[in-house]
Design a protein around this ligand. Structure first.
Ligand code: ZN
Length: 148
């Protein structure tokens, strides 16, 4: 096994999240709520990548994320790949699919929006990479959002 394969294959069962832009690694961990995870989690970054320059990798043992959880990553790292590992083998590669709606996660960038003034969560409709606030209709680019 070469060094590159070892990075991905070192867990028996679980998920290896690869091709994370290095500076987004902790945001991915936050969006997947990994600080509440009870099985071993390995977070690494600044690995050299031909595509990204530097990338992050997160390994989560005995955890398989739902499509809803994976879709949250579209706001920070739409091109990452989740390797599903069973018995040390990659059995599936999942990509992030941008959802039609985003609940919570992202802040509305309109200071007058009700979601910035009342204790309520945000709600956006997503079309072609543009998030439209359900309440005030302010639009923002999915690549420039601010997380809650
Ligand atoms: Zn709004």
């Amino acid at each position: 096994m070469n060094k590159k394969e070892m990075l991905v294959a070192a867990i028996k069962n679980g998920t290896v999240i690869d091709h994370i832009p290095s500076d987004k690694t902790y945001q991915v961990a936050q969006l997947l709520d990994l600080h509440n995870q009870e099985t071993p989690v390995t977070i690494g970054y600044n690995y050299l990548s031909k595509k990204l320059g530097k990338k992050g990798i997160i390994k989560v043992e005995d955890k398989f994320f739902t499509d809803e959880e994976i879709s949250r990553l579209s706001v920070v790292a739409p091109n990452i790949v989740l390797n599903i590992i069973r018995d040390f083998e990659v059995v599936e590669k999942k990509q992030v699919i941008t959802p039609d709606e985003i609940h919570g996660i992202v802040r509305c960038n309109n200071p007058k929006c009700i979601t910035n003034n009342e204790p309520m969560s945000t709600y956006f409709h997503v079309t072609n990479g543009i998030l439209t606030c359900h309440y005030c209709e302010k639009e923002q680019d999915i690549n420039k959002v601010e997380l809650c």
